[in-house]
Design a protein around this ligand. Structure first.
Ligand SMILES: NC(=O)c1ccc[n+]([C@@H]2O[C@H](COP(=O)([O-])OP(=O)(O)OC[C@H]3O[C@@H](n4cnc5c(N)ncnc54)[C@H](OP(=O)(O)O)[C@@H]3O)[C@@H](O)[C@H]2O)c1
Length: 297
């Protein structure tokens, strides 16, 4: 049995689908077990990494786990590690973040470093997946593209190699089901170095619309982030790090190919598959205002 936390999210849902396709038994942990929309073959249990009382039942009889954390990443990882140790779990694949390699100090990196530390203390064989920005982060542009064909970019316009959630999920599935990935960390990127402006150009090309592109001043983004979290100091360092030109995901890596045996998906493919999100009559994006914080990690 393989446990997935965050199984209703972007990476976890796709990893669940791929594991079922391989014939694995999958258990999903969700705060809303009645509304996951996961396929029938998945065993859904109620709970969350944030709720330690839910974790004994979640880990019972599990051989390996994909751990996706949201919210208080460090605290949730400590809960998961304690439960994994108690259950004698064999293998943990942690969805960490490339931010742990960032030379600029900031809270997002600290949280993920603490999560990796906790997993190291769990007693399980571990693999750390450290993705750079997800392709799906551009779904944060949904509202303004629908309203007026514009993109207001919050993370600056420095080049990086964003990665597709599909490839992160495939990498997780390889690490969960194949040997040889224990005690290894993978910096996951997509195949191309792109600026946000270039992503907007590709998206506009796919949508058949010219999108107006602008970069929000850092102070504007700090206001938004600190308005959500109430922590202005953290917002200042996180925004500075996100907009730093020295990002660890600046160049494409071979990690997705090393894990899956195939090339990672280009951004254009994500744009084609998600074009309906940006049409004016499309259903609301699943991103909440709070979601942007996770999505900019
Ligand atoms: N986006 C990026 O660019 C990026 C880059 C590197 C690393 N990451 C990391 O990737 C992880 C997120 O992965 P993802 O995007 O696949 O997940 P996601 O779609 O944001 O959410 C995963 C699941 O977490 C639960 N959840 C959502 N918000 C929550 C909250 N406030 N408190 C507790 N649970 C919550 C939900 O599950 P239920 O409702 O079913 O419980 C949700 O389906 C984060 O640790 C993030 O730091 C992101």
């Amino acid at each position: 049995m393989i446990l997935i936390t965050g199984a209703t999210g972007k990476v976890g849902r796709e990893a669940t689908r791929q594991l079922l396709e391989l014939g694995s038994d999958v258990r999903a942990l969700s705060r809303t077990p009645g509304q996951t929309g996961l396929p029938g073959g998945v065993e859904v249990v109620a709970g969350s990494p944030a709720d330690p009382t839910s974790l004994d039942a979640a880990f019972a009889g599990v051989s390996a786990a994909l751990i996706v954390l949201s919210g208080d990443v460090a605290g949730e990882a400590a809960n998961v590690a304690a439960a994994a140790r108690k259950a004698g779990l064999g293998r943990i694949v942690l969805l960490s973040s490339a931010s742990v390699l960032h030379p600029v100090p900031h809270g997002i990196a600290d949280e993920h470093r603490a999560a990796e530390e906790a997993v190291l203390g769990s007693g399980a064989a571990w693999t750390f997946l450290r993705p750079g920005p997800f392709h799906a982060n551009t779904s944060w542009w949904t509202r303004t593209i629908r309203e007026n064909g514009s993109v207001r970019c919050w993370i600056g316009n420095n080049p990086g190699a964003p990665v597709d959630e599909y490839d992160i999920a495939s990498s997780a599935v390889s690490a969960l089901t194949q040997d040889g990935h224990e005690s290894r960390s993978y910096l996951l990127t997509g195949p191309q170095t792109l600026t946000s402006r270039e992503q907007a150009r590709i998206l506009g090309d796919v949508l058949g619309r010219e999108l107006e592109f602008s970069v929000a001043p850092a102070e504007e983004v700090v206001e938004v982030f600190s308005g959500i979290t109430g922590d202005r100091a953290a917002a200042v360092t996180n925004v500075a790090a996100l907009r730093s030109p020295r990002v660890p995901w600046a160049e494409p890596t071979t990690a997705v190919r090393d894990l899956t045996g195939r090339e990672p998906r280009p951004y254009r493919r994500w744009a084609v598959e998600n074009a309906a999100l940006f049409a004016s009559a499309a259903p609301e994006s699943r991103n909440s205002r709070r979601g942007v914080l996770n999505e900019q990690r």
